[in-house]
Ligand binder design. Structure first.
Ligand SMILES: [Zn+2]
Length: 235
């Protein structure tokens, strides 16, 4: 079955995906990309890629990042504009990690409006207690690096690596304090952007992903966005 980025008779070409750390956003982005056949554009990946390729924009970004400066809205806007103007994005795209600031959101709205591209904002909302339980359950083998989760992917023997029997450890990034701080930072950054979309009357869809498996969450997104099944239309 093929899907396309249509909502009823209007054509939606842009999906703007928001989700906190641990919300499963990466998994959903990948599923959307595969099912819709449109590129998943992650600004984090693009910045790393630009730096790796050492193009003009990338070198500028690299210099700023090395000096500890934040990458300016202007640079990120240009990177994204350049990317979504490529031919593979002409039938739609998924934005992930952008817009991150009010200035970026305003810029994107203008850019899309100027080209008659409709967007839908998907906010993957997951109960923070669920996220904390999910992430604090992660364990890693210090010897071979294998990851486990005491809730969803436990080792065969409590606290020991399946492969080498090494005692599993909690990574510093997975401690509750660190996770709470990351969630708070996400909230501080994202809340104003989501409010902007609401106030501007843009199409914004909340999807609760707290208790469902990835396929069920994807189904909710699909229903919320109401993708046409384009195979029926012969497209
Ligand atoms: Zn191991």
């Amino acid at each position: 079955m093929s899907l396309c980025l249509c909502v009823k008779e209007e054509t939606v070409k842009a999906i703007v995906l928001f989700g906190s750390p641990g919300s499963g956003k990466g998994t959903q982005a990948k599923m959307l990309m595969e099912r819709l056949g449109v590129p998943h554009i992650s600004t984090g990946d693009m910045l790393r890629e630009g730096i790796r390729q050492g193009d003009d924009l990338g070198s500028g970004v690299a210099a700023r990042m090395h000096s500890g400066a934040l990458v300016s809205d202007d640079i990120v806007n240009r990177l994204v504009e350049h990317r979504i103007s490529q031919s593979d994005a002409s039938s739609g795209f998924i934005l992930d990690g952008y817009p991150r600031t009010l200035a970026q959101a305003e810029h994107l709205c203008e850019w899309l409006d100027g080209r008659g591209i409709r967007e839908v904002v998907i906010h993957l909302a997951v109960d923070y207690n669920v996220i904390i339980a999910r992430l604090t359950g992660r364990r890693q083998c210090p010897r071979c690096g294998t990851l486990y989760n005491i809730a969803s992917q436990p080792p065969r023997v409590d606290g020991a690596c399946d492969l080498d029997g090494e005692k599993l450890a909690i990574r510093e990034d997975d401690s509750e304090g660190v996770i709470r701080e990351r969630l708070a930072a996400y909230e501080r950054q994202t809340h104003p952007v989501l409010r902007f979309y609401e106030k501007a009357g843009r199409r914004i869809v909340q999807v609760d992903g707290s208790f469902d498996l990835p396929n069920a969450v994807f189904q909710k997104i699909r229903e919320a966005v109401d993708f046409d099944d384009c195979s029926k239309n012969g497209r």
